[in-house]
Design a protein around this ligand. Structure first.
Ligand SMILES: Cc1cc2nc3c(=O)[nH]c(=O)nc-3n(C[C@H](O)[C@H](O)[C@H](O)COP(=O)(O)OP(=O)(O)OC[C@H]3O[C@@H](n4cnc5c(N)ncnc54)[C@H](O)[C@@H]3O)c2cc1C
Length: 492
């Protein structure tokens, strides 16, 4: 029986493990933390359940496939509840816009903001469907291992004007600046700047419209726990709380993995789900080719980080939906500060997560769970002392949520904590505390991204946010399918 070791039990590593083990490859997943799920970790505090990372799941069909491989039904392990509206967007003057999956309501919302943009929205939806078919269903399912694959994709990319940015393509279809923000901000959810990321990422709108947005009952970490249960059910082994310290190599072959506890696993194939920089620079310190790749990665653009204030409060808030974006006074300027200048601005864009409106059991009766997350620069250009700045930003963010939604927020808070870029760097070995790995620019995507198979060590594979097709749960789950296909082909 072929044996594989996967380093990391994020969504990417778990999806890969299930695919390999379901195909008969004896698979061990080695995970540094004491629970599976990577950035989708949960934290229990004072009777509240907080989710650290993702706040919703798109394309649940891709996850269901992982159960169907062994004739099981995902619903046996986890329940998904719809998130509706997908997002409520709110601007500082009190204006708001519900981005919903209900076509009639969405069109009514667009007409309320600018009746002249309804026809343009229809054209944008067609565009989004076309890039979804090309970018997600075709490109995202293919291994982009050589320039030939890129060349074959080029005509379609050219046809869809992939060199333009998401915001620029949205602007081609809709005229109202707020609607442009409403249809482009989603790029941030995969670590991209709407003003510069390739227009192909406009596919996210179609992904959400077609498959909906979902929350796992009990928190997104329950989805990861369900994946871990499915992996073990088909015969896989997970070693939790035992970080890999080395991917062992001999010449141009990976031979296994050594962990902090001294465990040494031998394998015919090794896959890294951990941060790609950590994998190349630290875990493959013994490989000269890997060190060269790591040096190259250090020169790339890394996506921003997030600063999150998680808080449990007294009271129920049925009027605040699962997801809100509280836009600040600036959009383009703020994005430039985060992505290009690398400086922490005074103004913020706040992603407000209110999971208890979907699943009240996450808080004690009569209480609610919230997370207010702001995209912030990573630790690259002008590293911030988060121990000093964190409390200041926390207050600023809570004040803003209070001003716009919950007037007596400070008196209502029962428990709270923050997660800073420095925490992401420490807890997940995330390079520069980046929340989404390599920035998904056109020149860091597809063939230009870390390959799903290393070009120099042919039995070493990669899965997760830093590899093709990219970050986000749908991205890493699709990437696991690509990597699994390569491994199953390589193992034969
Ligand atoms: C705040 C935030 C909000 C987000 N919101 C959404 C959302 O709503 N929807 C969405 O689809 N996506 C969202 N994302 C993005 C999405 O969650 C990620 O892109 C995706 O989960 C990444 O999965 P992964 O498998 O690549 O990596 P990770 O989740 O980073 O997992 C990697 C794993 O490797 C482990 N590891 C690291 N080093 C070692 C080592 N040496 N040995 C063993 N194990 C190691 C880590 O502990 C971790 O468990 C969000 C991300 C963040 C940070």
């Amino acid at each position: 029986m072929t044996r594989a070791i996967v380093v990391g039990a994020g969504f990417g590593g778990l999806a890969l493990g299930i695919r390999l083990q379901s195909a008969g490859v004896e698979t061990v997943i080695v995970e540094a933390r004491d629970a599976p799920g990577g950035c989708a970790a949960a934290r229990e505090q004072d009777g509240f359940t907080f989710g650290i990372g993702p706040t919703a799941i798109a394309d649940p069909a891709a996850l269901r496939e992982l159960w169907a491989l062994s004739g099981r039904d995902m619903a046996e392990d986890v329940t998904l509840d719809p998130v509706e509206p997908f997002w409520r967007l709110s601007w500082p003057d009190g204006d708001s816009f519900d981005l919903t999956g209900d076509d009639a309501r969405l069109v009514a919302e667009i007409a309320r903001i600018n009746p002249g943009d309804v026809a343009g929205y229809r054209d944008f939806l067609d565009y989004s469907a076309a890039v979804h078919a090309e970018g997600y269903e075709k490109l995202g399912q293919a291994a982009m291992l050589d320039l030939g694959a890129m060349a074959r994709a080029a005509p379609a990319l050219a046809k869809h004007e992939a060199w333009r940015s998401v915001h620029s393509i949205v602007a081609k279809f809709v005229k109202n600046e707020r609607l442009r923000e409403a249809l482009s901000f989603q790029t941030l959810l995969i670590g991209g700047n709407p003003m510069t990321a390739s227009a192909v990422h406009a596919l996210i709108h179609k992904l959400e419209r077609s498959g909906g947005l979902w929350f796992a009952r009990g928190g997104i970490s329950r989805m990861a726990a369900a994946m871990a249960a499915q992996f073990e059910r088909v015969g896989g082994t997970i070693r939790l709380g035992d970080p890999a310290v080395r991917i062992d190599t001999l010449g141009d072959r990976a031979t296994g993995v050594t962990t902090a506890s001294g465990w040494q696993g031998e394998a015919e194939m090794v896959a890294a789900n951990a941060d790609v920089m950590h994998a190349y620079r630290d875990l493959l310190a013994g490989s000269r080719s890997a060190q060269r790749t790591g040096a190259g990665l250090a020169r790339k653009r890394w996506s921003p980080s997030t600063f999150a204030v998680h808080f449990g409060i007294k009271g129920s808030w049925p009027g605040i939906p699962h997801h809100m974006v509280l836009f600040g006074p600036r959009y383009k300027g703020l994005l430039a500060d985060i992505f290009d200048h690398g400086v922490l601005s005074r103004d913020q864009m706040i992603f407000l997560h209110h999971p208890t409106v979907t699943d009240p059991a996450l808080a004690p009766p009569g209480h609610s769970v919230f997370a207010a997350m702001a995209p912030v620069p990573n630790l690259g250009k002008f590293p911030v002392d988060w121990a000093e700045i964190g409390p200041i930003l926390e207050k600023r963010i809570l004040d803003e949520v209070g001003r716009r939604l919950i007037p007596d927020i400070h008196e209502r808070i029962v428990t709270k904590f923050t997660v800073t870029p420095a925490d992401l760097a420490r807890d997940l070995n995330a390079h520069l505390g980046s929340a989404f790995s390599l920035e998904p620019t056109l020149t860091q995507s597809a063939w230009f991204r870390v390959h799903n198979r290393d070009p120099h060590i042919p039995n070493l594979y990669f899965v997760g946010a830093g590899t093709h097709p990219g970050a986000g749960i749908p991205g890493v789950v699709a990437g696991a399918k690509v990597t699994a296909a390569l491994m199953l082909e390589g193992g034969r």
